[in-house]
Design a protein around this ligand. Structure first.
Ligand SMILES: *[C@@H]1O[C@H](CO)[C@@H](O)[C@H](O)[C@H]1NC(C)=O
Ligand SMILES: *[C@@H]1O[C@H](CO)[C@@H](O)[C@H](O)[C@H]1NC(C)=O
Ligand SMILES: *[C@@H]1O[C@H](CO)[C@@H](O)[C@H](O)[C@H]1NC(C)=O
Ligand SMILES: *[C@@H]1O[C@H](CO)[C@@H](O)[C@H](O)[C@H]1NC(C)=O
Ligand SMILES: *[C@@H]1O[C@H](CO)[C@@H](O)[C@H](O)[C@H]1NC(C)=O
Length: 225
């Protein structure tokens, strides 16, 4: 029992670490386009530009509404082509706005590193402005939770909390149980030792008494003689 107690505690602690460390990594944060205004087009032959957004490794997201320069288009975030992309960790993505070119390579408005840490409180907004090209604002509320070290999704947090509380309760219970058994064993050993000592003392006393009798007898004999 006493040998296995430290091992069970160790097991509990490692399982606590396991369960509290992992939910944070599974979080996925969607990035939506809140507004965009283009200041130029790169295509001379086309009447209206075909603007799209793409992050490396993702698919194209066409922006069919963006047709005119110097007009600010705002979006609700629920359009059919939203979200633009998503993050599954703190890692940045290389993204850009492009304009489709039928003949040559697509034209680039700009390409840059989009990072979860770019999005700022309170509403997780991030504005990217490129002179003479475009001004775009993005929203990613969940990015605040990715970058905030201790902040995680509320349901997972609550689960962790109750899980941890349960573990702590089990540890406290085991500790109390262990202490109680230790005390009991100590008491039993002490009682046994006390009993043994009393018996030994008694035996010694009896022996002393008997010895004393003998001496008295001898003395008595001596006085008679
Ligand atoms: C891109 O789109 C194609 C089909 O349109 C789909 O099969 C593929 O899974 C998509 N890739 C990503 C990364 O979304
Ligand atoms: C749009 O605004 C830019 C300056 O911000 C100007 O250079 C350009 O001519 C404007 N384009 C149109 C079509 O008004
Ligand atoms: C993240 O985005 C990719 C492609 O952009 C998509 O296939 C995937 O389902 C998205 N994940 C979530 C959790 O939205
Ligand atoms: C870019 O757009 C945002 C929001 O639409 C706006 O607040 C900001 O003033 C704009 N910046 C420039 C340089 O146009
Ligand atoms: C992100 O964290 C905030 C608290 O900082 C919380 O209110 C919000 O619900 C969280 N969002 C998600 C999707 O986890």
């Amino acid at each position: 029992m006493f040998m296995s107690l430290p091992y069970s505690l160790l097991l509990l602690f490692s399982s606590i670490l396991f369960f509290t460390d992992f939910p944070g990594l599974v979080v996925s944060a969607d990035v939506t386009l809140s507004s965009i205004e283009i200041f130029t087009t790169h295509e001379w032959l086309r009447a209206t530009p075909a603007v799209y957004f793409r992050c490396k490794g993702d698919n194209k997201t066409n922006l069919p509404d963006v047709k005119k320069t110097n007009v600010s288009y705002t979006f609700k975030g629920e359009e059919s082509w939203q979200p633009l992309t998503n993050f599954s960790g703190k890692k940045c993505k290389r993204c850009g706005f492009y304009e489709e070119d039928k003949i040559l390579y697509d034209d680039v408005f700009d390409e840059w590193e989009l990072c979860p840490s770019d999005f700022t409180a309170p509403d997780g907004r991030y504005i990217y402005f490129k002179e003479n090209e475009f001004n775009a604002s993005f929203l990613c509320l969940d990015c605040l939770n990715i970058t905030g070290v201790s902040v995680s999704a509320p349901p997972a947090k609550n689960q962790d909390h109750s899980k941890r509380e349960m573990h702590v309760a089990v540890i406290v219970l085991l500790t109390i149980l262990g202490s109680a058994i230790l005390m009991l064993v100590t008491l039993v050993v002490y009682k046994y030792w006390q009993k043994r000592k009393r018996e030994q003392d008694q035996a010694r006393f009896m022996k002393l008494f008997e010895d004393g009798d003998d001496i008295e007898d001898e003395l008595g004999l001596g006085t008679i003689i």
